[in-house]
Design a protein around this ligand. Structure first.
Ligand SMILES: [Cu+2]
Length: 418
């Protein structure tokens, strides 16, 4: 008998990554000797180690850690959905597996290694997770010679109006983070973009082994094993960053999570939630001196991406809490429509506008240059496409539209079908 499982459209290991949002899979088998359909069970590897997985038949509302499936013996595929089990992510590449077992005999037909890969609280990472993340970041930076330079070149004073002080602040930065995360995953597919919870102390984040500790002149010092010691941007080696709070015992000078999540008011409206651009987001930046404090230099510091991943997580959590994935609702995002329509915001900040620099539009209302090219593709999903609109960054889990799934999740924000 020849059995085959494809995940995310690919039979190879490069597509074997899931978060909480279900991804499509197909199971097929060929057994010329079988007189009829074959009863199998699709399940987590046994014994269970690593991340945990759940399975559903396509169109079914409930998912299970072990799912009975009836498969025709002629090779016609059965459509399944596979997702990580919320609360049980992987800590290493391929640390779990999908097994397909023939019920009648217990014969193991398929064992496909898989990673439940999600963005995590940086303070909780294992040493190995942390070090893979740092190695990928340092690899992208390549001592100042690598493709990381696109990110500071995009997040400049000239690019600022495309990304800040307007409604598109949250979706633009969601795209910016995902662009970087996909580049990190091209170096090491087991890496996710982890987040710094700026409303909690980060005793494991602000260390020589992770994001560095400043010397008297503010220049960060790193452990001899930390590849960030070779970090360089704008032809300058090193990172300048000094916290204005006790990183081991205090949060940054920001509102806490509950206060942020309440910004949308009793109607849970985006127009209120987006005030988080000031507090906590802006206040997190200004809880330091150095690069991270100013828009023109903030992305020279890799902490930028962990700070913004937390801002994005807060938006994602609010979206989950209040079901804010409907692109026809002004509570999900305002303004709806495109630049030029009544009530529209600045170009690039309306639901249907394309976003700079990925649209590669320069001059006129847009900056004079567009570094970095189109939006990078993913093996796991076609979204958001090479030229994303603001709207393409909103339903990031594919809650309303499965095809809009962007391929990332946060450890504390579940997927919930609407
Ligand atoms: Cu920022």
């Amino acid at each position: 008998m020849d059995a085959r499982l494809t995940i995310n459209g690919g039979p190879n290991a490069s597509t074997a990554y899931v978060g909480w949002a279900p991804v499509p899979a197909q199971l097929s088998l060929v057994d010329p000797l079988s007189p009829g359909p074959v009863e199998v069970t699709v399940r987590n590897q046994e014994p269970q180690t690593g991340g945990r997985i759940v399975f559903a038949l396509a169109g079914s509302p409930s998912s299970e850690p072990a799912l009975p499936v009836t498969v025709p013996p002629d090779g016609s595929p059965v459509d399944l959905l596979i997702a990580g089990q919320f609360g049980s992510p992987s800590t290493a590449d391929g640390d779990t597996a999908v097994e397909v077992v023939r019920q009648a005999t217990g014969e193991l037909l398929v064992a496909t290694r898989l990673m439940v890969r999600v963005r995590k609280d940086a303070d909780t990472l294992t040493t190995a997770e942390r070090d893979r993340f740092l190695s990928a970041l340092a690899g992208l930076n390549d001592r100042g010679m690598g493709a990381y330079s696109d990110y500071p070149n995009i997040h400049t004073s000239a690019g600022s109006p495309e990304a800040h002080d307007n409604p598109g602040f949250l979706p633009w930065h969601r795209a910016f983070l995902l662009d970087l995360e996909r580049e990190l995953q091209a170096i090491d597919p087991s890496v996710s973009l982890h987040y710094w919870r700026f409303d909690e102390p980060g005793p494991n984040v602000f260390t020589r082994g992770f994001m560095g500790v400043p010397a008297a002149n503010g220049l960060l010092q790193f452990a001899a094993t930390n590849p960030l010691q070779f970090w360089a941007t704008a032809s300058l080696p090193g990172i300048v960053r000094r916290p204005l709070f006790n990183v081991a015992t205090e949060p940054a000078s920001v509102s806490d999570e509950a206060t942020t999540l309440a910004l949308g008011g009793s109607g849970h409206r985006y127009v209120g939630l987006r005030d988080m651009e000031g507090d906590p987001h802006g206040f997190a930046h200004t809880s330091f001196t150095g690069f991270i404090r100013s828009i023109g230099t903030a992305a020279n510091d890799p902490l930028f991406f962990m700070l913004h991943a937390n801002a994005d997580r807060l938006w994602a959590k609010w979206q989950w809490l209040h079901r804010r994935f409907d692109l026809t609702s002004a509570s999900t995002f305002t303004p709806l429509g495109a630049f030029g329509s009544p009530g529209a915001a600045r170009i690039g900040h309306n639901l249907d506008d394309t976003m700079w620099p990925w649209n590669q539009v320069v001059g006129g209302d847009r900056p004079a240059t567009a570094p970095g090219g189109n939006f990078p593709p993913s093996l796991l999903t076609a979204a958001p496409g090479p030229i994303p609109t603001v709207g393409a960054l909103i339903d990031y889990q594919g809650v309303r539209t499965p095809g809009s799934r962007l391929g990332f999740d946060y450890d504390d924000v579940p997927f919930e079908a609407s």
